[in-house]
Write a protein that binds this ligand. Structure first.
Ligand code: 13P
Length: 335
């Protein structure tokens, strides 16, 4: 199979007009934080158990078309000895892998950060592919202050995303390109819109320079929301600001935009997605999810680290996935 055929097949399997992507790719420190909140120790066995419970949720494949895994999870098996990637694909959920290696400060750009992990990426992708991964995810993070992101920050982060995406496509792996403008701070919604427009503009400019095929990638952006210390926007305002920025920056060739939740609560993230889809009219892209926290939070709180809660954990995940499936069709009613 040619690389282009392979990429297109993965897009066909991941992108449709009712489903979305589940992100369970928390790094070891992040999952330890999530588990600590429910008083559970982050051992390899607990992580394996929790994630295999999520992926064996009956009917999950009706609402979820892809799952982003952490490297450790890709090598793990369920109690019956099936790999978790295979378990996902049994329900037509395409397995993917987070390939960045976290972030640190960007030299000469105080307040901006940069993500690591390009060295050896092509070789790592071959290994992940052999384990069943068909798409990848890389996240660059942009904090908003009066002076951030800087010009250097915008440029350097966009280059990283584009180089990552080009390496993925050469390997036949669909890249999820995630430039996340953080919600932290007390900036208003206009400032979020202004920064996100700069970010997306720079990212698509870099993708073009690196000859990334827009038809064979997925964009994972933030919605346009005010800083977490303000939080006054209603879903209609979030929808109109988000669509305005996306229409200005994202080429129609991109098949799907799958939002991150970024600290929005589960109901809030569903309401906002619903409003976006209701206002989207004839938008050229699918408008879906790649939520981590907003999909998992109710499940995690139902689980509490106890095997006797496995079934209610799955019920909580399925319920959130179903509501988001309605929302990505603009058919969600909060009551
Ligand atoms: P959140 O939806 O929790 O922001 O997670 C998104 C993410 O990047 C995980 O892949």
């Amino acid at each position: 199979m040619s690389t282009t055929t392979e990429l297109q097949q993965t897009i066909n399997d991941m992108v449709d007009d009712t489903r979305g992507v589940l992100a369970i790719d928390e790094s070891s420190p992040t999952i330890a934080k999530r588990f600590a909140a429910i008083d559970v120790e982050s051992t390899e066995e607990n992580r394996r158990h929790y994630r295999s419970v999520l992926l064996s949720t009956p009917d999950l494949g009706k609402y979820i078309s892809g799952v982003i895994l952490f490297e450790e999870t890709l090598g793990q098996k369920n109690n019956e000895g099936m790999s978790l990637a295979e378990l996902a694909w049994q329900q037509a959920i395409v397995p993917g892998i987070k390939v960045d290696k976290g972030k640190g400060p960007l030299p000469s750009a105080p307040g901006d950060s940069i993500t690591y992990g390009l060295d050896g990426l092509a070789e790592r992708l071959e290994g992940y592919k052999a384990q069943g991964a068909r798409f990848a995810k890389w996240r660059e993070v942009y904090a908003i202050t009066d002076t951030n992101p800087s010009c250097l920050g915008l440029h350097a982060n966009a280059e990283m995303l584009a180089r990552y995406a080009a390496v993925c496509q050469a390997a036949g792996i669909v890249p999820i390109v995630e430039p996340e403008v953080l919600m932290d701070g007390n900036h208003d919604i206009d400032r979020c819109a202004e920064v996100t427009e700069h970010v997306l503009h720079s990212v698509f400019h870099a993708l073009h320079k690196h000859h990334v095929s827009l038809e064979h990638m997925v964009l994972k952006p933030n919605m346009i929301v005010p800083g977490i210390d303000l939080r006054t926007a209603d879903p209609e305002e979030v929808a109109s600001e988000t669509l305005k920025v996306l229409r200005r920056t994202v080429p129609a060739a991109v098949p799907s935009i799958n939002f991150l939740s970024g600290g929005q609560g589960p109901e809030e993230a569903t309401r906002n997605l619903n409003a976006i889809n209701r206002s989207a009219g004839n938008a050229p892209w699918q408008l879906s999810i790649s939520y981590g926290r907003a999909l998992q939070q109710p499940a995690l709180h139902a689980w509490l680290g106890k095997a006797e809660n496995d079934a209610v954990t799955q019920q909580a995940l399925l319920n959130r996935a179903k509501l988001n499936s309605l929302a990505r069709q603009g058919k969600y009613e909060s009551e």
